[in-house]
Design a protein around this ligand. Structure first.
Ligand code: ATP
Ligand code: MG
Length: 460
């Protein structure tokens, strides 16, 4: 879900995650029960079904409950996307998404614990405590309606404007599979019949552990350049290969990333850093040249190993350190820790010899904030942590030790020391002096200027 930028309203082409007002809903439509035989249900499509028994213990029981209630009410409902992919690859899904023929208002009528979200495309969220099961009505990619470009069309012109600006068109299960990004993400699992429904060769790609786009890779990346970052994330996190034509298209369309919605860029870069595969992700991002579009400051630093005297090894050492810390803790590090560690090497180079390090960091960050919508609370935290780190490494923190930035700052220092193969005693010692969480004015994730324990703003 895109993270909200504190200062700027989300651009209108982004999904909004606001809860709708509870206005009276139309009564759910009465429709005849759909055919129960999968072949009949999806007649006329290129469906291949695979009998697969996924381990029930690894399937979220609440998600299963939602699927079964929808099916019993005469709708089609499947587990879809990342959860099916992760279950088939033997991993643990982060969350369980459901796709259904039911319209959002039909879902709402079936579940009391349901809210409808989104202005552009309405989704149903079924809530079980703090857990959210997302239920989306089948939809299709509106560009499926476009005529195939003829040989007379200027191909470059056609490819130039494929960016999807609206995708709120309902469709059927087959169309919903085809609108997805990669074949491994387009598998539907039919819980009761224990079958994986596959319209685009996703099962074979799971077995071969390869990333293929659904359809022409250049077209799919031009439609939504964020998919370039998603391909990197899946390749790095799940240790998958990227098909050569997909890889070439990622290189060929990387400049389109500059056209993507900036808050989505911010969020996807974080996802590359969070999953315990930051090293591989950053390597791929650099190798395909997308880093020079998103973070030219970092890619120029990595390119010039001679001038930075082995800067790339220091940078990737830091990525190894955050991967090791993520694995050891079993959860992602704070966003602020990740961003500060990501930028630390080029930042240190930029600030070398500067007397006013705080101001210098601000100047370095300005174009990055502009390019990828880094929220102010993160940019502010990166500035403050970067300014204090040299003193922290010497074991001194002063009043900074009482702020909510202390935890992320200690993690940045730990990653730094680990990457240099140095002992981390100073971090352990400083952790002992850290104010207890309850004493801190706000959590590190809270928005607004950071404050010390007495509530005085530390923002300059
Ligand atoms: P993760 O494990 O990181 O959540 P995911 O594949 O579940 O991976 P989500 O962002 O949760 O990713 O999206 C759920 C599903 O929606 C995907 O599996 C994919 O089928 C579809 N999807 C997400 N983003 C896109 C996109 N940009 N273009 C097309 N389909 C997408
Ligand atoms: Mg997901």
């Amino acid at each position: 879900m895109p993270s909200s930028d504190d200062d700027k309203p989300a651009p209108p082409d982004l999904p909004s995650y606001t809860v709708e007002d509870a206005e009276p809903l139309p009564r759910p439509s009465r429709r005849p029960p759909p055919p129960q035989d999968p072949a009949e249900r999806h007649a006329g499509t290129s469906l291949v079904h695979h009998s697969v028994v996924l381990d029930d213990d690894r399937i979220d029981p609440d998600a299963a409950k939602v699927v079964r209630r929808l099916e019993r009410s005469g709708h089609q409902a499947y587990l879809v996307g990342g959860c099916v992919r992760d279950l088939l690859l033997g991993g643990k899904p982060k969350d369980f998404d459901i796709a259904t023929s039911a319209r959002p208002e039909d879902v709402r009528a079936l579940f009391r614990n349901c809210r409808i979200i989104g202005r552009r495309f309405r989704l149903a969220h079924v809530l079980f405590g703090s857990k959210v099961i997302e239920v989306a009505t089948f939809r299709r990619n509106p560009s499926m309606d476009l005529p195939e470009p003829s040989v007379d069309d200027d191909a470059s012109e056609v490819l130039d404007d494929l960016l999807i600006r609206s995708d709120n068109v309902f469709g059927d299960a087959h169309e919903d599979a085809l609108r997805r990004d990669f074949t491994i993400n387009a598998l539907f699992y039919d819980l009761d019949r224990r079958q994986v429904l596959d319209w685009c060769g996703g099962m074979q790609d799971i077995q071969r552990r390869t990333i293929h786009t659904i359809g022409e890779p250049i077209v799919r990346f031009r439609e939504d350049p964020i998919r370039i970052l998603r391909a990197i994330k899946f390749a790095a996190r799940l240790d998958l290969g990227i098909a050569p034509d997909v890889y070439d298209a990622m290189v060929g369309t990387r400049e389109d990333l500059a056209k993507a919605a900036r808050p989505r860029l911010f969020e996807e870069v974080l996802r590359l850093l969070r999953g315990g595969a930051a090293h591989r992700s950053m390597w791929l991002l650099w190798e395909i040249g997308a880093m020079s579009v998103l973070l030219p400051e970092l890619s120029a630093f990595l390119d010039d190993d001679e001038a930075t005297r082995g800067g790339s090894a220091r940078f990737f050492g830091k990525m190894d350190a955050i991967d090791a810390m993520t694995r050891a803790r079993g959860r992602p590090l704070e966003d602020l820790t990740l961003w500060t560690t990501l930028l630390k090497e080029p930042l240190d180079e930029w600030c070398a010899g500067e007397r006013d390090r705080f101001r210098a960091v601000g100047e370095f960050l300005e174009p990055i904030i502009e390019r990828i919508a880094v929220p102010r609370r993160i940019a502010d935290g990166v500035r403050r942590i970067s300014a204090i780190l040299p003193r922290m490494a010497a074991g001194r923190t002063g009043r900074f030790g009482n702020t909510d930035l202390m935890g992320p700052a200690l993690d940045v220092l730990e990653a730094d020391l680990l990457s240099l193969g140095r002992p981390t005693d100073v971090v352990q010692k400083l952790r002992g002096t850290e104010a207890p969480t309850s004493a801190r004015a706000t959590s590190a994730r809270a928005s607004g200027p950071h404050r010390n324990v007495r509530g005085r703003s530390l923002a300059r």
